[in-house]
Each structure stands twice: as structure tokens, then as C-alpha cells.
Design a binder for this molecule. Sequence first.
Ligand code: ATP
Ligand code: MG
Length: 741
Amino acid sequence: MSDLLAQLNPAQAQAAAHFRGPALVLAGAGSGKTRTLIYRIAHLIQEHGVAPHQILAVTFTNKAAAEMRERAAKLVEGADELWMSTFHSAGVRILRAYGEHVGLKRGFVIYDDDDQLDLLKEIIGALPGAGPDTNPRYLRAIIDRAKSNLWSPDDLLRLGEEWISGMRKDVAAEGYRRYQSRLRAANAIDFSDLLVETVRLFRTVPEVLEKIQNRAVFIHIDEYQDTNRAQYEFARLLASRDRNVLVVGDPDQSIYRFRGADIQNILDFQNDYPDAKVYRLEHNYRSTAAVLEAANKLIVNNSERLEKVLRPVKEEGGPVRFYRAPDHRAEADFVAMHVTRGRAEGVALKDIAVLYRTNAQSRVVEESLRRAGIPARIVGGVGFYDRREIKDLLAYTRLAINPSDDVALRRIIGRPKRGIGDTALAKLSEWAQQHGTSVLEACRNAETILERGAAKATEFHALMNSLSEAVEMYSPQGFLKFALEVTGYEDMLRAEKDSENLSRLENLEELIVAAEEWARENEGGTVADFLDDAALLSSVDDARVKRENGNADVPEDAVTLMTLHNAKGLEFPIVFIVGVEEGLLPSKNSLTEPGGLEEERRLMYVGITRAMDQLYLTAAENRQTFGKTVSSEESRFLSEIEGLYQEVNQYGEVLGERRASRGTWRSFNPGSTATQSKPATAASATEAGAYRGGERVSHPKFGEGQVLAVSGFGDKQQVVVNFPSAGTKTLLTKFANLTRL
Ligand code: ATP
Ligand code: MG
């Protein structure tokens, strides 16, 4: 066996040594699927002499792709020639080169969710059968889902019944049709189209397909369980000539069904390729036995699944802990306290993740962490590229590249104000519609369209003209600086120097820095290339996430906050899953949808299996939703793993343990289960005279504060105290001179 494969276990090594023909690696979480995939690529190059530029690997995020390349580079030469990307990035690249075969003009732009929404709002305004209650978001979801199934508006009309409940099917189909023609008129495509159009291209232009096939002789797909029909078709067509396709996945981790992911794709792989070799990996290297046992026990409750074996390699480890807080604030404080405690014991913050079901849950956690002086990185939510000022400057860039981009024009024509009002804009738009042209073109002809204020519109046209010329002349960063200046955007922000505007200016500067860095990595890259890459950065990829409120750069060492969906494929030594409650996890909506509960259970499974060493589950008895406090029940998923976790109080002291074997609640401190009380047995580092979490103390210099965590004994005892006036301090109690209050 080669040295390379010696770093794998025998089952992994077999899969990694797979050479030609289709293969499926089917295995549970943390079993080394991604690792095996990387070694397989290295093995192809090293042992079989395959050229790196003939290898494609498709991952779930751009970040994952970059990491995979880095890891491959450590194993073999030539990794920078590998084609590693997401489905979407691959689509852009292909359509940029060959899009004209499917009617896309050079310089087409990519619309994001917000752009889609802006366009749909406009369309709904004139859509027969639609009314003020027609929800553009809902229509957007329908269109995206149709596209992920490769459905045309006609297909939607014929087949869409099952998942259109909120509006009439014919109205949705007509909305889709109009949306599509408006997209084309604006020379724009949306995210889903990146795949739909690539598939169309593959189907209709065999020569192009063949060219791409020469670049993708060996195809790899990670997280195959979450592919949708369009991605499936993309892979199938690409692999149709050489049939060297290796996919890895875990049906128990399929969590994107709501976006059209089809678990059937992985289950059908063997039907599609009857000669496919199937490899199974049965050892989990990631999690302790205690964590893995909980995960395994949970997932067997799903009925639609393939049985799998997954055994731990690691030892038992500490128990899974569960804390039920009186409310969501106390729940977040629990997280902050235990993070602080871990930090005091030497845990790096980047090794800790807090996972939740919905983005809205991040706010309280973030606040508690901030009070405790712990930096946090929020993945998703409002990412850097979602900020208004960033989108504005990029919209100017888009319009400069593609004068037909009416959505971009509407976004920025009034920022800064130029005296072109709503009425004028409506007239210009109407004229553009009638003449089958863009609003910008209408601006050029404003003299004949507007009675008043035509000069303002022609001025705007001239401004955009100069920007269009600049696109060709400048580097990306040069262009952005130029645009900020000539559009008056910078002046607008400087005119009123409040903290919000200052922070927007800082963000814009950050974008220019990002463009500079990008240009360094992409020699000869144009403004348009930069724009593509910026458009493709999903919030998960967002490398420049800042704190939600304020602009302090998040240091390297920060706790990661993200949704369970975004955590897929990742791992952290310490994981908190918050909000393990009925109505949240499983979510309320899931319970009324067929298969919804099982999808939520898979999501919980994904969450649990992110933990390497320590897993905390938390829930709140009361929670604020939509401004009302409602009581909340523990999630059914907790009862499904009964016996495999310990319930603790807010200080992490054991309250009791549910033992599956006895089926009863066993309390370590009979007679005292109230969360606030101290257990009779010293289950944690508490001792007579020692400080306890939650206690109030006073320090001669820092003033009053609250003990967040205690560790060690006797002379070595340390306390972590949060002083409102001085922040969080870790002190040796022996020298700290604290007074109890
Ligand atoms: P997921 O289903 O969550 O995507 P996965 O199956 O892709 O998980 P990996 O992320 O590849 O699993 O591996 C999980 C962890 O186990 C990683 O830290 C990896 O380095 C480690 N690991 C996997 N196989 C081995 C091995 N043979 N020896 C040592 N460590 C391993
Ligand atoms: Mg993986």
C-alpha cells in the first residue's frame, strides 16, 4: 500500500484506491468521507498519474472547496490545478465561457435573493390574479423550487400541486414566466439558473459538454445526499462519457429537502449505475463514544432510512449534558458561562460552536457572550456582502458592466438623491418596457420622455457611461474607489458623520481591501470577474464576517455561532445546541409537512455529530416569540436519547441522569432538583469556602462583579468574574482579594 493510503483505515483505503468507474461511499457522520475523498484525489495523481487539471471535486461551500484544495496540496503536487468548486461556481465558470449558446449575453449579471425579490415585487404589481396579499417571498420560493427540479413554468402548471398551497397555481406559473422573461431582458440570471442553464447547455450543445468533460474526467461530489434534481442532472451529464464519478454522502444528513434536495438521488445511485462499487465506512473518528451513542440512538427513530453501522474510535469521553433554563436569556447566559469556564481552562474559542435552528436565536446568545467579553463570529445572518452599502457599491458596478440591469439601477438611482423621483422613474420604466429596452437607455432619451427634470436623468446616464468606461480601464479596487467618488456615494456618507455612516464607510474600505486581496490572488482578473466571485460568496463562505453590531474585527480566536444547516460537514471540540424544544427543534412548521419531522431529526443528528469531545444541549422553559413570552416544552428528541445525557444546573453541576437500562430518573441529590440549588454531592469543582458561579463579589480595583466560573482547588483555584466596569477577568482567588457580597 502506498504511504498515502497508510493514513487511512482499511475500508477508507479501499475507497480511496478506487480508480475507474462509478463509486458510492455511503457512511455515517464523521466516518472520514471527506478525508477519503481528498486522499482519493491525491492517490489518482500520485499512483495513477492522472493530471490534476482533469479532476473535479464539488463541495457544498466555496470555503469547503478551498480547504479541500489546501489539504490536497499537503499530500501531492499540482493541487492548484485541481478544479474544486461548488455547483454554482462551476455553473458560472461554464456559462461565462459558453453562455451565448443558451442565449446569455456577455456580461450577464447574477441576481441574489434580494434582487429576485425586488423584481418579483414589481411583477406581482401587474400580475393578473395576484393581489396585495401575494407574498413575493413565497413566489420566489416556488420559482426556486421549480428550478431546482428543472421545471419550466409549464411544468409548474402541470405538476406543481403538491407544494403550492399559498397561492393559485396558474398565478404562480404566470409569475414565473414573467419573472423569467424579465430576467432575460435584464441580461441577468439567478442562482438556480446557474444550474438550470448549465444543464440546458450540456443537453443542447454536445461539443461544449465534451470540452467540459475533458476538464472533469474524474468527478467527485461531497455531501451527495443534498443534491437536488438540477445538480443531479449536471453531474449525470458530466459523467456520462467517462463514468468516473465518485460520490460520498450520508442519507441521515440530508437536510435541504425544503430547497428541493432529493434524498432519492443517493438512494438511486445504484440504479443509475448498476456497476457502481459501494464502499461503507463504519468507524467514526470525530466524536467521543458518549456523543456518538446519542446520535445513533436518535437517528434510528427515522423510518425512511438505510441501516448503517457507526462505531466510535474515541473513548467514552464526558457525558452529553442538558440544561433546561428558566428562559432564553438564562439559556444564553449558561452558554456564556461555560464558554468562559472552558476558556479559563485553556480551551481555544475557535474550538467552540453554538448551533441553533433559526438565525433569530443568535441574538440573545451573542449578547450574553458580549457581556462576558467573549468574541463571537456569526456565520450567516447579515453577512458582509449583504450589507446595504456593500450591495449599493456592487450594484453600481453591476450596472456599469451591464446597462440592462434595471434592478441594480432602481437600487442606486436614489442613492445619493439625484432629483429623479418616483413619478419620473415610473415614466422612464414605462418607456423602457414599451421600447423593449433598459431604464438606463430611457434615461439617455429623457428629453423626449420627461416634461420636467430630464437633465437629471441624462446626467445619470452620463455618469453610468463614465463608469462603464472605467470598468475596462481599472483594476477592481481602482474601480471601486473611483465609483465611490464619482457617484457621490462617499460624500453622501460623509455629509452626516453619525456612527452608522462611519461604520458604512469602514465597510466600504474593507470591500476595497477585499478587492485588493482578490486581485493579488487572481492575477489579471477584471472587475467583472471580481463581481462574479463576490456574488457567489454565500453567507457561509463570508470570510469577512464582522460583529453584527459594531465594527470591531472579530479576532481569529472567537466562538462560532451558526445555524444547524450551516454546520454541515464541520467539526468542533465543544458544541452547544440551543433551543432543543418542541416547536423549535423540531420546528413548528415541520410537524404539518409530510416527512418534516424526520428531516428535523436528521438536522438534530447533524448537530450532535459536529461535536468532537463535549456536547451541551440546552432548552428554555419560557421563550419570547414575536414579543410574547410562551412556555416551551423539551424537544421529543431529548426523550429519544433518554439515558444518554446528564441533566445539569446552570453551573454545570449534575442534577440527575436518565438511565435507559433502568428507565427511571436517577437523581444524584435526592430531594433537591431545583435548578438553582446546590447538589449535596460535590459533582464539580465546588468545595467548602470556594466560590460558586453566579455569586456576587467585589474587587478593590474592578468593583462589583459576578462569578461566571470557578476552576481548580485550594491555592490553584481560579475564578472568572465579570465586572461591568472592567470586563471579564480571570483571577487566582488566593491573590484576588475578593469580598463576597
Ligand atoms: P461528515 O459526515 O460530518 O461530513 P465525514 O464522514 O466527512 O463527516 P471527515 O470530516 O472526513 O468525516 O472526518 C471526521 C474526522 O475524523 C476528521 O477530523 C478526520 O480528520 C478524522 N479522521 C477520519 N478518518 C481518519 C483516520 N483514518 N485516521 C485519523 N483521523 C481520521
Ligand atoms: Mg464530510
